[in-house]
Write a protein that binds this ligand. Structure first.
Ligand SMILES: Nc1ncnc2c1ncn2[C@@H]1O[C@H](COP(=O)(O)OP(=O)(O)OP(=O)(O)O)[C@@H](O)[C@H]1O
Ligand SMILES: [Mg+2]
Length: 561
């Protein structure tokens, strides 16, 4: 291959020119003595721009050799050490009339003569701008990645904190809602709810005002942590008065972040207990403001947006609790009134029955008895020849006696005199025999402690229950055997009536609301309830029926007449 070249120096020159890297030979005076084709090309094909020029002028555009620490001159190092050296420099080149900065890797090596003395320095220069750029880009990308990762970690921690905070808030809300829903007693609801809110929100003082439905005034229902003098001051607030009054009017919360900024903002903070932050929120139900929930804390800025949101939800929970408690109270009151009316009605009915029964017994039956007696007497005085008339008188007397029996039965149905005169056990005994035995039923009566004295009202009610049970047996049961038990003690009266009849499906009995008929069973249950007792009825088709009434004999039960 060498033969194609005139001399080995030409061959060498060709090899050097074939290099893509730039090769520069520099003399001791830093002047460039030789360059390869790559250098000439970079300088626009103009050799004169480089040959004979100072290397630092060509490469850096400076008028002096490179100086550490900004840039170490490889030429100087080679001259000093006699060893090859490798450095990376930034070179400025004029490319297409535009000055460009390039990163170059320079390997500078000594060129020695035959005696080994350094004559010149050879620099092999490789453009590493692209590699540098890529490295820098990679480094930047890596740094960006690291930054994003850190950002992600921070974001994750932030999210985790937010979730934890949300869980804390929700469990706090849940605690309040649970507290509120555990009772239907207004005072208990408000007291428990306020205690729970103070605990979960870590707040020192609080008060719940409710709007009085009659006067529209705000009245303290419960408070914690406030000075007594201050409580007296806000015990009753006129409509619109104070912060709570304004909250009721607007339906919106009022927050004081730091009372020190404006000590007059509310009397609940500042000197009145050293509180710094304050909040008052509406207690609402179905968009109606029922009152306010106000809290005060020694920590300024205690009630941020999150707290306001959470407390608003708690205020709503209390509102629902208040509404429920009030509805329950109204229902209880209505029930009490209904119960009282019912008792009055029953008493009036009993009184009327008693009066009519007495009238029938004392007047109608006495007159009929006298009539029968007189008819008999008249018949006896008639001569035997008045046979026909005597017969007619006897028939009349018989009719009078039958009517007398009918009237006695009627009086009995209305109100057995035995009940008033001999007490419940005897009245039952007498009634059962009269009513059931007559109809051919096999009846067993058991009375435990028959001497126990029951209140008249209780006796009447129990008698009516037994009366209805026996009527049902005669009307529906088709039974052959009946057992009536009455267990009495100082504290309890228990009535049990069993039959061996056809039975019925208790569940299928229409409810009181469904029908105006079949009032018997509901009436028995109602009477038992009015006595503060219980009523149970068990029945199965073909298996007979058993009903049981248990009534406590306490003070409250025995005062009704
Ligand atoms: N001892 C019983 N044996 C079989 N069925 C009974 C018995 N007691 C009640 N029942 C059934 O239960 C139904 C409801 O009884 P309830 O006393 O309420 O009403 P009623 O007797 O039909 O009518 P009312 O008592 O209002 O005059 C009866 O219609 C009957 O079908
Ligand atoms: Mg009935």
């Amino acid at each position: 291959m060498e033969q194609q070249y005139q001399s080995s120096s030409e061959y060498l020159q060709a090899v050097i020119n074939s290099l893509d890297d730039e090769l520069i030979i520099i003399g001791q005076d830093f002047r460039i003595t030789k360059v390869n084709a790559a250098v000439v090309k970079r300088h626009g094909g103009k050799r004169a721009r480089v040959i004979g020029q100072y290397c630092y002028e060509v490469s850096h555009g400076t008028h002096e050799p490179c100086q550490p620490p900004s840039c170490e001159c490889p030429v100087t190092r080679v001259w000093e050490t006699g060893k090859p050296v490798r450095v990376t420099h930034t070179h400025r080149y004029d490319i297409g009339g535009e000055s460009q900065e390039k990163y170059v890797d320079i390997t500078a090596s000594p060129l020695r003569d035959s005696q080994g003395n350094i004559t010149e320095v050879v620099e092999l220069i490789r453009d590493v701008t692209e590699a540098k750029r890529l490295t820098r880009q990679m480094r930047e990308a890596h740094q960006n990645l690291l930054a994003s990762r850190q950002e992600l970690v921070r974001w994750n921690i932030d999210l985790e904190n937010k979730i934890q905070q949300r869980i804390k808030e929700l469990s706090a809300l849940n605690a309040v809602v649970t507290t509120v829903s555990q009772s239907l007693n207004l005072d208990k609801i408000l007291n428990d709810a306020l205690l729970k809110i103070l605990a979960v929100m870590e707040v020192e003082a609080g008060v719940v005002h409710l709007v009085d439905e009659k006067t529209d005034q705000l009245i303290i229902m419960v408070q914690r942590g406030l000075l007594p003098e201050y409580v007296r001051e806000i015990m009753k607030l006129k409509p619109g008065a104070g912060i709570a009054g304004r909250v009721v009017q607007s339906g919106e919360p009022i927050v004081v972040n730091d009372a020190m900024d404006n000590p007059k903002s509310t009397t609940m903070v500042g000197k009145r207990g050293g509180f710094r932050a304050y909040i008052s929120l509406p207690v609402k139900s179905k968009n109606k403001v029922l009152g306010t929930l106000s809290l005060a804390s020694y920590t300024p800025n205690k009630f941020g947006l999150e707290a306001v949101r959470l407390l608003s939800a708690m205020g709503d929970a209390i509102g629902i609790g208040v509404e429920n408690a009030r509805a329950t109270k109204r229902l209880e009151e209505a029930n009490k009134i209904r119960e009282q009316l019912l008792k009055k009605l029953i008493s009036a009915q009993e009184e009327e029955r008693r009066r009519i029964a007495r009238e029938l017994h004392d007047e109608a039956s006495q007159s009929l008895a006298a009539l029968a007696l007189n008819l008999g007497a008249i018949a006896d005085t008639l001569p035997v020849s008045y046979h026909d008339t005597r017969q007619k008188l006897d028939i009349l007397k018989e009719q009078a006696i039958q009517t007398l029996g009918g009237i006695r039965n009627l009086a009995l149905e209305l109100r057995p005199i035995a009940l008033d005169e001999l007490g419940l056990p005897m009245a039952i005994d007498w009634y059962v025999k009269d009513y059931l035995v007559k109809r051919g039923l096999d009846v067993k009566i058991e009375v435990i402690n028959p001497k126990t004295k029951l209140p008249s009202y209780t006796e009447t009610m129990l008698f009516r229950i037994i009366q209805e049970a026996l009527t049902n047996i005669v009307k529906h049961a088709e039974a052959s055997k009946v057992r009536v038990q009455l267990q009495l003690s100082d504290s309890m009266a228990i009535v049990q009536v069993e039959d061996n009849g056809k039975g019925f499906e208790v569940e299928a009995t229409p409810s009181r609301e469904d029908t105006q008929r079949n009032l018997g069973i509901h009436g028995m249950a109602e009477r038992a309830t009015l006595l503060g007792g219980t009523f149970t009825i068990k029945s199965q088709l073909g298996q007979g029926t058993c009903l049981r009434v248990e009534v406590p004999l306490m003070e409250g039960n025995i005062s009704h007449e």
